[in-house]
Design a protein around this ligand. Structure first.
Ligand code: GP9
Ligand code: MN
Length: 534
């Protein structure tokens, strides 16, 4: 069931965040089928036979020597298996973030043991880390720094920053219609007067929304296993809120869910948020809530009241919720008839996205009414996919594309809209991802980022590397897409020679592993902070 929902294998760190699982109830039941009972048929048969035919079962102690031989042979087999896998795919364990390949090569049982080993290893990593570990990484990051584009540097200087994280919002909904009606009429208009990035990807892993928050604020990758918000909330970071807070901004996060969800209350301290407006600050009633909580329209409305009270300039992040799996809406909130695909989930998704768009329209109106609009920069991005693997085929059909690994990568595109009132805006096709947002935003605010430990690059820079690395090792460049161990041409989607992708292979592995080392080793604590705030 976990794989069905997340297209991923469970890892040990996830087991330590059961608080989140409770809220996933609804999604869990939506993904469980009655046929799943057949997985347990052997257990039923065994219990039945044990009960009826007791004579078949003789319980006796195995002699110690036989036990030893058994375990030795078992261990031997595991090592042979791992050895063969290593020979076949030498990079397998160096790229252990690619769980799909890992499980294919060593099998689910060995994978579980290996994950346990990783769990032990990474837990000890902080203790053994030292300042020298940071030097090589810092050199790598410094050598990849790209200069901001002077045309855009500082164009939003002194403004408030309103970051809106759109739950499960993928880019394919933009400029698309169902039954001749736009799915996102407001956003379609907004992008005409904003910087709209139409080649922008989410890079989240198992930490989903929390990963997107982490990546956006830190310009580091989320972890390959588990969610940083849960595993390393006490680490030292140099996140955007902390940097801005030091420069006199008020920093806040607004989200109408319990404060402990994704361990936000703890993590936000480390990221430098001065204030966290969580569930307790919102007025939630039976009428204004659905599914996971406060409906977006009400969330925005109540948030504007809170924003009005914030000392300016502020950096405020608003996280929406209604467009969350399983995408349920009250009848009065259905603004579009989207019964257009085989998949009921996808149809519902199109409707909840349409609702979210309406909520955004009203939000902008309220910002204007309250005098918060003109002096702000509004950054809107999608946190991660909403449509899961089960519905990829239906989605491919809806998009009129073949269902291939290349199409699945395309589905990982999320919208990024940077709206600066007074600026004309343009559509920009640079290939980038959430990791790029920190330097991009800071440069727009006129704040230098050279010397910071950012793995991303300013999306406006003329030297942006045009590379988006996904947490599982897939990647996209301006010409190629690497997925499912295959190299594709980006535009045509046809398979091309591996050599085109191989050039990026080392960079990708290096970046992901360096970023992990920073988090597991808590390496930023060794960073000389005077160097990064200019
Ligand atoms: C929960 C919200 C959704 O507070 O951010 O989390 P998700 O399941 O999308 O990670
Ligand atoms: Mn989310």
């Amino acid at each position: 069931v976990f794989y069905r929902f997340f297209s991923d294998f469970i890892t040990f760190p996830l087991i330590y965040q059961p608080g989140n699982f409770k809220a996933l109830d609804e999604s869990f039941w939506a993904e469980i089928f009655w046929q799943d009972i057949f997985y347990f048929v052997d257990v039923f048969i065994l219990v039945f036979v044990m009960w009826k035919k007791k004579q078949y079962f003789i319980f006796q102690t195995i002699p110690s020597i036989e036990r030893k031989v058994y375990f030795l042979m078992k261990a031997g087999l595991i090592f042979i298996n791992l050895g063969i896998s290593h020979l076949q795919t030498p990079d397998l364990f160096n790229r252990n973030f690619d769980r799909e390949q890992l499980v294919k090569n060593i099998g689910p049982y060995n994978y579980t043991l290996y994950d346990l080993y990783l769990q032990t290893k990474t837990s000890a990593q902080r203790v053994f880390a030292e300042d020298n570990d940071l030097i090589e990484i810092k050199e790598y990051v410094d050598s990849n720094y790209v200069e901001p584009n002077p045309k855009y540097f500082g164009i939003a200087k002194g403004r408030n920053v309103i970051v809106v994280s759109l739950e499960s919002t993928q880019n394919f909904v933009i400029n698309r219609t169902v039954n001749n009606e736009e799915i996102t009429p407001f956003l379609n208009d907004l992008i005409k007067e904003s910087y709209y990035f139409n080649n922008f990807y989410h890079q989240t892993g198992q930490g989903k929304t929390s990963d997107s928050e982490f990546i956006v604020d830190n310009s580091l990758y989320g972890l390959g296993r588990g969610a940083v918000f849960f595993t390393h909330p006490k680490n030292e970071f140099m996140a955007t809120p902390e940097i801005l807070s030091n420069l006199g901004y008020t920093t806040a996060s607004l989200h109408a869910n319990t404060k402990v969800f994704w361990n936000r209350d703890e993590m936000y301290h480390s990221l430098g948020y001065d204030r966290f407006y969580h569930l307790d600050y919102f007025d939630v009633t039976e009428e204004n809530a659905i599914g996971w909580g406060l409906k977006d329209i009400h969330f925005f409305e109540q948030s504007v009241r809170l924003l009005k009270e914030l000392p300016q300039p502020f950096y405020a992040k608003l996280i929406t919720l209604t467009n969350h799996h399983p995408f349920v809406l009250a009848e009065e909130d259905v603004f579009i008839d989207a019964n257009v695909t085989e998949s009921e989930t996808l149809n519902q998704y199109l409707q909840t996205v349409r609702y979210e768009d309406e909520a955004l329209r009203l939000f902008f109106q309220q910002l204007k009414d309250e005098g918060l609009y003109d002096n702000s920069m509004i950054v809107i991005y999608g946190d991660h996919n909403g449509i899961i693997e089960k519905d990829y085929e239906a989605l491919s059909m809806f998009l009129e594309k073949d269902y291939t690994a290349h199409t699945v990568v395309e589905m990982q595109q999320v919208p990024l809209i940077i709206h600066i009132p007074g600026e004309e805006g343009e559509t920009i096709s640079t290939v980038g991802g959430q990791i790029d947002l920190k330097p991009t935003m800071l440069h727009l605010l006129g704040i230098e980022t050279e010397g910071q430990l950012n793995f991303g690059h300013d999306l406006f820079s003329e030297n942006h590397p045009n590379l988006a690395i996904f947490r599982d090792g897939r990647f996209v460049t301006d010409k190629y897409v690497f997925a499912d161990n295959t190299c594709f041409e980006k535009d045509s989607g046809s398979v091309t020679g591996d050599a085109h992708c191989e050039t990026y292979y080392d960079i990708v592995t290096k970046e992901l592993n360096y970023s992990d080392q920073i988090i597991y080793g808590d390496l930023i604590r060794f960073y000389n902070k005077d160097m990064f705030i200019k």
